[in-house]
Write a protein that binds this ligand. Structure first.
Ligand SMILES: [Zn+2]
Length: 440
């Protein structure tokens, strides 16, 4: 409505009100008395009383509307303030997480502390703060943050899992298992939780429980690398449980089952071979090793076959010949040459080396075997020269390296200190893999 029209409407309304008031006074000239109860009475012209009552009604309506508007304004102000605080806390959280990811842990912790102070129920900010505090080595404060969060938000599975992680990192395995179990109770098909509990139980005295949970995890994992990793965990837990099992047909059968399910799993193959030899089944043990070497002539299997030559040299040499010629593997040929040398077949050993090129990746192995043949021939100076050359090479001859952490060992290890199982192979067999620098 335009202002001119508004003035006209207000003017007309005032004119009507003035006319109505005049008419009221004209037709009601008498005096009326209005009783106000204990407050007494009010006397005056009837029209004045009616107009007064009307005016007081209008005033009450205006006051009510004004109060309502005031309250709405106050609520809006409070809402705006809350929104501003929430936006501010969110900005602090986002910046804190960005700093955490870029490695500025101390700065991240300061920002995230402020974000959590403003919004104690922000799960993302609190979990990021826990990460930062853990990174700064303040596990106790991280624990307090998680406890407060649990009080504020209740036992959320993600929160319980983080508590479990923290307890596990602090070495409190019992508490960690309890946290994970509580989380799993709320999310029974979580492969992440199943994986973590199985791993922790596997390191304690609950092997059967660990194996069962790893089996459940396998059923919960979709296809792809995660499923493969679940299978591997199940396999390693079963193998570890059998490590502590007594000698006997049951243990042998269980190991044989693992080998038939996972034919490339070297720790189970070698454990089965040991059990069979202890049970007097030398031929069975040789057969297992032979099959494994034909599938993949890895360092540990070839070395174990070479050891067999002590008790049955001719049979072992025959097997190694077949393996070396079928696989065309240079390292298998070198093992054959070593075995032939130890058995006194020096010409045949030399013949194996004759057609082989000395390459960088297996240089030390080549030098060592050449030295061994020279020594067996009685050429000590030549042998010493070859041994020296082998020792000066880029890696120790026939030494093993963990594919996970690069740790080097003179002898094959079923498990590495880094937690990996079946991760060791000859350095020369994995030369240049993973960029891990070989050390002696
Ligand atoms: Zn390792």
């Amino acid at each position: 409505m335009s202002s001119g029209l508004q003035t006209l409407v207000v003017g007309l309304a005032l004119l009507v009100a003035a006319a109505t008031t005049g008419l009221l006074f004209h037709f009601n000239r008498g005096v009326a008395t209005l009783s106000l109860g204990p407050l007494g009475t009010l006397a005056g012209p009837l029209a004045a009383l009616v107009l007064g009552a009307f005016a007081s009604g209008l005033t009450t309506a205006w006051l009510t509307a004004a109060t309502r508007r005031l309250m709405r304004g106050a609520l809006a102000l409070r809402g705006n303030r809350r929104r501003r605080l929430r936006d501010g806390a969110q900005r602090l959280r986002d910046e804190g997480i960005e700093r955490l990811w870029s490695g500025q842990t101390a700065a991240a912790a300061r920002l995230l502390e402020r974000a959590v102070e403003r919004r104690p129920d922000d799960l993302e900010a609190a979990l990021a703060l826990v990460d930062a505090l853990e990174g700064l080595g303040d596990g106790a404060r991280a624990q307090r943050i998680l406890d407060d969060l649990r009080t504020a938000l209740g036992p959320l599975p993600r929160l319980l899992a983080r508590l479990g992680d923290l307890h596990a990192a602090q070495g409190n395995i019992g508490a960690a298992i309890e946290d994970y179990r509580e989380a799993l109770h709320r999310l029974p098909a979580s492969p992440h939780l199943l994986e973590r509990i199985a791993a922790l139980l596997g390191t304690s005295d609950h092997a059967a429980d660990a194996i069962e949970l790893a089996r459940r995890r396998m059923a919960c994992e979709p296809q792809g690398p995660r499923r493969e990793s679940a299978r591997e965990q199940w396999l390693v837990l079963r193998y570890r449980a059998l490590q502590a099992a007594p000698n006997g047909p049951e243990t042998r059968q269980a190991l044989a089952r693992i080998v038939s399910e996972f034919p490339g799993f070297t720790p189970a193959i070698l454990a089965l071979v040991d059990h069979m030899i202890r049970a007097g089944d030398q031929r069975g043990a040789e057969r297992i090793l032979d099959e494994a070497a034909r599938r993949r002539p890895s360092g540990a299997i070839l070395e174990r076959l070479r050891e067999m030559a002590v008790t049955s040299p001719d049979a072992t040499i025959r097997r190694l010949r077949v393996i070396a010629s079928r696989s065309g593997n240079a390292l298998a040929k070198l093992v054959l040459a070593r075995t032939l040398t130890a058995a006194g077949h020096l010409d045949e050993a030399n013949a194996e080396l004759a057609g082989m090129e000395r390459t960088d990746d297996r240089g030390p192995e080549h030098d060592l075997v050449t030295g061994e043949i020279a020594l067996a021939r009685g050429a000590t100076a030549e042998a010493a020269h070859e041994f020296q050359r082998a020792a000066a090479g880029p890696h120790r001859a026939f030494a093993y390296r963990c594919a996970g952490c690069g740790r080097v060992e003179a002898n094959w290890q079923a498990e590495c200190e880094c937690g990996r199982c079946d991760s060791y192979d000859w350095i020369s067999a994995t030369y240049g893999d993973g960029g891990v620098v070989a050390s002696k």
